[in-house]
Design a protein around this ligand. Structure first.
Ligand code: ATP
Ligand code: ATP
Ligand code: MG
Ligand code: MG
Ligand code: MG
Ligand code: MG
Ligand code: MG
Length: 275
């Protein structure tokens, strides 16, 4: 096709190419969900259906983007972790971030009526922002995951205690905030137990630990040769190997679990996640 005289404007485009052989994390987060929760009467502190919807949208994203190895979600956010060797969109940052965010948002809207049938969506519709962060080693990506999960724990313990004081203790929100100011985890556990008979450790795991989503290879052990190759950044992964791994994944089941991911056990038992 002949080029028009306007074609030169294309040279103004700027692209950021993500460093090779690093874990790409795309974290999406709901925009103004504090307000959105109130509008749609989310149960406090945890609306189960809304969390199930987040997880379902994340599973759909993983199915559409097979380079994602696992994902971790809490509250209105989800982190998607790509395998180090991913060449998706030639590792162009904006293509990767915007595709994850719009795919997630599209499924969130598409699946809303299945998970929250009694509350139809009306504008302003939910939307999500997204950012990309690179982690260069298994230590840093694991620390990233631990950071999110510890955040989940801190927020959930606070929210569980706060809403117990308000909903069951009849306190107004300002009083409850004051009461919790400066308290330690042990104090919150004590308030929950002595005032409300709640054993925090018996609260649902999904609320305490968040949701980790990954390919479960229990029956389908990944090809060690393929794993060894993908560990080495210098070695080109052949198209057929890549295709093989993709087929393996497409057959493997995607599972949603609520497990402790700060400990070694989880990662040691699933070495394919951090390859
Ligand atoms: P921003 O646009 O800056 O992200 P935000 O209002 O979304 O603003 P966040 O820090 O992302 O702020 O917090 C999300 C809010 O949504 C929190 O108040 C959280 O408790 C609430 N929330 C998210 N999911 C649920 C849920 N499933 N059940 C109850 N509350 C939820
Ligand atoms: P990429 O993911 O790289 O953007 P693509 O397949 O989306 O790949 P584009 O260059 O964006 O490629 O081209 C979009 C394609 O969709 C073109 O072939 C265009 O003709 C077609 N298309 C888009 N909108 C319409 C429409 N309303 N009617 C008919 N064809 C359309
Ligand atoms: Mg925020
Ligand atoms: Mg938010
Ligand atoms: Mg958030
Ligand atoms: Mg296009
Ligand atoms: Mg186009």
């Amino acid at each position: 096709m002949a080029k028009s005289k306007y074609e030169y404007v294309k040279t103004f485009e700027q692209t950021t190419t993500l460093l090779p052989n690093t874990y790409i994390v795309v974290r999406v987060d709901g925009r103004g969900f504090h307000k959105f929760c109130t509008k749609h009467d989310f149960e406090k502190p945890n609306d189960r259906a809304a969390l199930d919807l987040m997880n379902a949208a994340a599973v759909a994203v993983m199915k559409e983007l097979p380079d994602i190895s696992f994902a971790y979600g809490i509250s209105d956010e989800f982190s998607f972790i790509f395998e180090r060797s991913s060449r998706l969109f030639d590792r162009r940052e904006s293509k990767i971030a915007t595709t994850v965010v719009s795919t997630f948002t599209a499924y969130y809207l598409h699946l809303w009526s299945t998970f929250v049938p009694s509350k139809p969506l009306t504008p302003p519709l939910p939307s999500f922002d997204g950012r990309v962060v690179l982690y260069p080693s298994t230590q840093t990506i694991r620390d990233y995951m631990s950071w999110r999960q510890v955040d989940c724990h801190i927020n959930n313990l606070y929210n569980t205690t706060f809403w117990a004081l308000v909903q069951r203790g009849g306190m107004d929100v300002t009083k409850a905030e004051e009461k919790l100011k400066g308290t330690l985890a042990a104090d919150k556990n004590e308030i929950l137990f002595s005032q409300f008979g709640i054993n925090y450790n018996k609260e649902p795991e999904m609320y305490r630990k968040g949701s980790i989503i990954f390919y479960d290879y229990h029956q389908e052990v990944p090809d060690p040769a393929a794993l060894a190759v993908s560990k080495n950044s210098e070695v080109e992964i052949s198209k057929t190997q890549k295709e093989k791994e993709r087929k393996r994944r497409s057959k493997a089941e995607i599972v949603v679990q609520h497990t402790d991911i700060t400990k070694d056990d989880f990662w040691e038992q699933r070495p394919w996640l951090l390859c």
